[in-house]
Design a protein around this ligand. Sequence first.
Ligand SMILES: Cc1ncc(COP(=O)(O)O)c(C=O)c1O
Length: 419
Amino acid sequence: MPSLADIRSRFPSLSGSTVFLDNAGGSQLPGCVIDAAGAYLRESYVQLGADYEVSRRATSIVTSAHVFVETFLNARGPTHDLGRVVLASSTSLLCHILAWAYAESRAAHPQGRRNRIFVSTAGHESNIGPWMRLAARGFEVIPWKPAQNGNGDWDLNLSGLRAMLDDQTLLVAFPHVSNILGDIWDAAEAVRLAKAAGARTLIDGVAYAPHRAPDVAALGCDWYVYSLYKVFGPHMAALYGSHEAFAELQGPNHYFIRNDDVPYKFELGGVNHEGAAMIVGAADYYRFLAEQPAVAGTPPRDIFSRAFAVVERLETELQAHLIGNLLRINGLRLWGRTSSGPERVPTVSFTLQGLASRDIAVALNARGLGVRYGHFYSKRLIEDIGLDPDDGVIRASPIHYNSHEEIDRLLDELRRVLR
Ligand SMILES: Cc1ncc(COP(=O)(O)O)c(C=O)c1O
């Protein structure tokens, strides 16, 4: 396994004094990803699809970015091809495009008579609001609320879903991991339940993908969305859809672009080219994590699995250190599981009795610690768990490249602020 010093040396920004603990907001970039943008802008900055050499190269980079993400998500491999990936600027935009497409396609697709959409309110608003708006377009949109389980932890509430699903259900939209609680939810079981009712599923994997390589083949979902800028990539996002799910929809791009020209039919104005180069440029970093030589081409899925096994190992130790020590602080309440095994990711939110999250976060910021406070756009969840959304929680979200010393700095400064 590569050493932490080796890992950190790959990220130019980590040589400064800031402690980056807002990685659930966005991750730092390895040098190979930064360099890929520069190389593209210097050598390939032309329009796609023409037959001269530079344009052929640019086209191949953008195509490779799609293949890269499809492989990362295990949507494609030597023996399978489950679907395609649409690239855009953000998960928020992709969920809007998808909701728009469902509304436009209602009459056309075979599931047209199905009218009900269940939307988990436990996640980020980007995968809630666009579906709620479909209520104005003739859909019955039903909030699916989280619930507390026997341990007092808030979870997705699969039994609630089981009780609601019926043969009118068109779609079930939910998060894989809460960007507040950090718990990994049983997305595969939610998909199984939805599928048994004949419904499609959309998983928001934004808070999951920086910590584990999502596996759409194993999940069996129809749609999976995540933000690349939180997974060592450009400010872009990706939406996987199965071939069957795409075939039911009308894409938003121009009328003369065929509907089966996926992903282009869903990529209005194309994609960010230098961003696509950055996606491909991350290959070297994954190969390095997986301890494989840097060779050209899309890494096979196995490289991603091995790289994320390293990520998981480092993060499990890191979160144990963080959570174990936070729980020793008087008056501190941790939201999300207090265990620190593979059932959660190191996105750790807490409040302090009688103290404003804002005051604590601002004081920590002044001491060079990059944490944040608030509802993190999971406003409905924050309200459901009984917190004031204006103040919300303090969130520290380390990632595999953070060190135990950085966690110690956070803990020391927090204790100082509380004195
Ligand atoms: C869990 C989750 N889903 C969705 C989003 C929205 O992603 P984007 O900023 O790409 O729209 C975020 C952003 O923080 C998030 O944390």
